[in-house]
Ligand binder design. Structure first.
Ligand code: DGL
Length: 266
């Protein structure tokens, strides 16, 4: 699929990014890879996450993509500062997410980051945010139970609310109003998180920030945009095939049709 955009995550989470990009760029084709055979990434070491990430980038490059998107915060932390992979523009979520959060917070320089253990342990958001604005105050919270809840489809459920209450306690106590959803699985829990945090909290999501970043790359010519009227294709590849994933992926991408899932070997 020549000239498509390659995008990857450990599982379902990156589909929250793919959905936004598919809506905003209707003429573009996408090739998504969900590494569900090795999910979760969030409790693995940086070395392992990087090894998996490199295998996936090689796979996507072989699909003849024109841009590569790491739609996984945990993987983004181990590719920070790398702007291309073998000459293909490489986007990650940490820097654009940090910029968007600072813009959203305005003069209230307090930002909370929710992420996997790997993302929080890396300190990537705190370092990036402070690099952009030394006066910012950052609270990072690892929320390791959120990913399995999403992958199991336990959304809008009392269990999820109780887990959220536990993880978000400090953010609520300190009345922090800007929260980076530093894991692409978390937008699936948007409703559950808002229920606990309140409707006025600003949630910064990877899909939106990547869309803005990609638009910039199209505008400055770094990535050639596909011509209007192009028949687009959305391929979803996974490293393990289960009915369960297929059902949840279809629900998550609705109304965008994803066709038949392709099981691939990396
Ligand atoms: N969705 C991924 C992220 O953004 C990680 C989920 C996992 O732990 O595999 O960090």
């Amino acid at each position: 699929m020549s000239g498509s955009i390659g995008i990857f995550d450990s599982g379902l989470g990156g589909l929250t990014v793919l959905k936004v990009l598919a809506e905003k760029f209707p003429q573009e084709s996408f090739c998504y890879l969900g590494d569900i055979a090795r999910l979760p990434y969030g409790n693995k070491s940086p070395e392992t996450i990087r090894k998996y990430g490199l295998q996936i980038l090689k796979f996507l490059k072989a699909q003849d993509v024109k841009a590569l998107i790491i739609a996984c915060n945990s993987a983004s932390t181990v590719f920070l500062g790398e702007e291309d992979f073998d000459g293909i523009p490489l986007l990650n979520v940490i820097v654009p997410g940090s910029r968007a959060a600072l813009a959203a917070a305005g003069r209230d320089k307090r930002i909370a980051v929710l992420g996997t253990s790997a993302t929080v342990r890396s300190g990537a958001y705190a370092t990036t945010l402070k690099g952009l604005d030394p006066l910012v105050e950052v609270i990072e919270t690892a929320c390791p139970l959120f990913v399995p809840l999403v992958e199991e489809g336990v959304v809008g459920d009392l269990i999820t609310e109780l887990v959220a209450l536990r993880y978000l306690q400090k953010i609520k106590q300190e009345n922090i109003k800007t929260v980076i959803l530093g894991c692409t699985h978390y937008p699936v829990l948007r409703g559950d998180l808002r229920k606990v945090l309140g409707p006025e909290v600003r949630l910064v999501e990877s899909g939106e920030v990547l869309a803005a970043e990609l638009r910039e790359l199209f505008q400055n010519g770094t990535v050639p945009a596909s011509s209007l009227g192009n028949t687009r294709q959305i391929r979803v590849c996974i490293t393990d095939l289960t009915d369960h994933f297929e059902r949840l992926a279809t629900q998550l991408m609705d109304p965008e049709p994803i066709g038949r899932l392709e099981k691939v070997v990396l």
